[in-house]
Design a protein around this ligand. Structure first.
Ligand SMILES: Nc1nc2c(ncn2[C@@H]2O[C@H](COP(=O)(O)OP(=O)(O)OP(=O)(O)O)[C@@H](O)[C@H]2O)c(=O)[nH]1
Ligand SMILES: [Mg+2]
Length: 246
């Protein structure tokens, strides 16, 4: 396995801090415009503070091992790049080879050192690919399993069968562990709508009701996180949901 050192993350955000230094004599007529100006400033500060809370990911992941599993082209590298830099990649994605966010490597996520293990999925060669998956899953604090929610929601046979195979294997591997059992998060990608709109909620509900997902949430005690990595604001919401699931 290749071990690489990632770049420092750049997505740390700081909540605004306001310091009031002593009383200042202000004429009464001036107080009203100042008060009017203060409302948006305070509102912005509150929003910044709420955002800072939702980016607790580095604290939760510091020192942890995360195995990222999933079929090809589901968004594993895109998610990693987003967590590392706070932005989606601008260059077209290519299948991961070991030296490029594949294999085992350390990454700096907002100041936290996290060890990721991203074994490749080898289609048609799964007998070769799965020992790496097993090793990664068994040594992890978290297993993040990514799959395409859009395909599963519309009953795509290949995607659903692959999901069933992968989650079945995960169940077998993890149920034989006695000491440290990793927490499993199922990350459903490709729901390319803003959360809250009808289309998003329909896909999210459909995916949550698929038998293999329901089984995984009970057998594996897996959490399900749904979203998209097609735009920065969708990715931010997905990251926030992922953070809450840890
Ligand atoms: N529309 C849409 N595209 C996505 C989403 N997530 C990832 N993609 C795109 O899907 C393609 C594959 O993404 P990658 O992150 O390279 O997938 P991967 O799982 O690392 O793929 P391999 O390394 O080949 O296993 C890229 O073109 C991404 O931009 C998503 O939620 N919605
Ligand atoms: Mg990749």
């Amino acid at each position: 396995m290749i071990r690489t050192q990632g770049r420092a993350g750049t997505n740390t955000r700081h909540a605004a801090v306001f310091v009031f230094q002593g009383a200042v004599a202000v004429p009464i007529p001036l107080l009203i415009p100042i008060a009017v100006m203060a409302v948006p400033v305070v509102t912005t500060a509150v929003i910044a503070a709420v955002k800072a809370i939702s980016t607790n990911l580095p604290k939760k992941l510091h020192g942890k091992n995360v195995a990222i599993l999933g079929a090809q082209r589901v968004g594993k590298t895109t998610l990693l790049r987003y967590l590392e830099t706070g932005n989606l990649p601008t260059l077209p994605s290519v299948p991961t080879v070991d030296a490029d966010l594949g294999g085992r490597f350390d990454l700096d996520i907002g100041g936290a050192a996290v060890t990721f293990d991203v074994p490749r999925d080898l289609p048609g060669n799964q007998g070769l690919g799965f020992p790496d998956w097993r090793e990664a899953a068994e040594g992890a604090d978290y297993v993040w399993y990514l799959f395409r929610a859009d395909l599963v929601a519309r009953d795509d046979v290949e995607a659903t069968n692959l999901l069933r195979t992968h989650l079945g294997l995960l169940h077998i591997w993890l149920s034989s562990l006695t000491i440290k059992v990793p927490k499993v998060v199922l990350i459903a990608t490709h729901v390319d709508h803003p959360p809250g709109v009808k289309e998003f909620e329909e896909i999210a509900e459909r995916v949550a009701s698929v038998d293999v997902i329901k089984l995984a949430t009970t057998q594996l005690k897996a959490k399900l996180v749904t979203g998209s990595l097609s735009a920065d604001d969708y990715a931010e919401k997905l990251r926030d949901r992922l953070t809450r699931s840890l």
